[in-house]
Design a protein around this ligand. Structure first.
Ligand code: GRG
Length: 295
């Protein structure tokens, strides 16, 4: 079921993403190739799925949210490109392929990441991809800038860096993840709701509670997969500094308790949707998928 929804969403989002990578001049070909490589190489598209599912949950036409869906994926792709750089996690492999700075070089990976971030805001502002009132687009833009920047994802990366080599407690770990991965996941869900139409504050609050729980569940499951998935472990052993001296949920809680925690967060996410009807089923299935995924 989620696979069918995933392909439906991908059929809406991927063609729009694909058309963004046409170099306007021959001497920019390598930059655009690096951008395309970083986005079109097999990501799961979890954040665009959340945008579109959230739009549907508030009875909106998902086509109104395509700009937001593309924008969150572009921000996500940029964050991975920069996170993989030698100055950050120094990862040589992502999605089973060489990371952007290995396939191209560091300078192009930095530029591609920068350009992807700017492109995200361009797509979100474009009325063709975000056919919503101008005032809504402005609010959506403000929400995404905050989620991507120092108050959100980049701030989370800084919190992570500030604790390099130290063991931290669960409270610190959650504070970091709420920013580093949680802010963009939260923004994805809220942007979908905003694009869907006029929604009440209480509806947005429920979507936010759902997103908070799902964002943390995503991270707990990511930590679990880091130790249970042999292919990921293999990938990370090849040229990665990221697994050294890291505090993770399985490290802090033990594997079994971490798994129980992921399920508890999934249940919290589902409970936040209690007042929604069956149009929120894709969001419900996504919560399940996030804690059951194997990659
Ligand atoms: C601004 C440099 C910079 C970094 C931001 C989000 C982030 C901080 C770094 C990403 C590092 C990372 C691997 C975090 C773990 C959780 C995560 C975001 C995993 C990858 O997301 P998926 O599983 O990836 O959605 P795919 O490949 O499916 O797109």
């Amino acid at each position: 079921m989620i696979a069918a929804y995933q392909s439906y969403c991908q059929s809406l989002v991927d063609p729009v993403l694909e058309q963004l990578f046409q170099a306007p001049h021959a001497n920019m070909t390598r930059l655009y190739e690096a951008m395309r490589y970083s986005v079109m190489n097999g990501g799961k598209r979890v954040r665009p799925l959340l945008v579109l599912a959230s739009c549907e949950a508030v009875a909106g036409d998902p086509k109104r949210a395509i700009g937001a869906a593309c924008a969150v994926e572009l921000i996500h792709a940029y964050s991975l490109v920069h996170d993989d750089l030698p100055a950050m996690d120094n990862d040589a492999w992502r999605r089973g392929q060489p990371t952007t700075h290995i396939a191209f070089d560091e300078a192009y990976a930095i530029l591609a990441g920068d350009a992807l971030q700017a492109l995200a805001f361009e797509v979100l502002c474009d009325v063709v991809h975000s056919p919503v009132p101008e005032s809504t687009r402005l609010q959506m833009l403000q929400l995404l800038t905050k989620a991507a920047g120092a108050a959100g994802m980049v701030g989370g990366q800084a919190i992570d860096l500030s604790a390099t080599g130290q063991q931290v407690d669960q409270q610190h770990l959650e504070h970091m993840h709420r920013h580093k991965t949680g802010a963009l996941i939260r923004a994805s869900v809220v942007l979908g709701g905003m694009a869907g139409g006029t929604v009440s504050d209480s509806c947005l609050a429920s979507l936010t509670s759902y997103a908070e729980a799902v964002g943390l569940a995503f991270q707990v499951q990511d930590d679990i997969l880091d130790i249970t998935s042999s292919t990921q472990v293999l990938g990370k052993q090849q040229g990665s500094d990221s697994q050294q001296a890291k505090s993770t949920y399985p490290n802090l809680l033990g594997l079994q308790k971490a798994q129980q925690y992921a399920l508890h967060l999934r249940d919290q996410a589902l409970a936040a949707l209690d007042s929604f009807d069956s149009k929120a089923d894709p969001l419900r299935q996504l919560a399940d998928y996030i804690v059951q995924r194997k990659n």
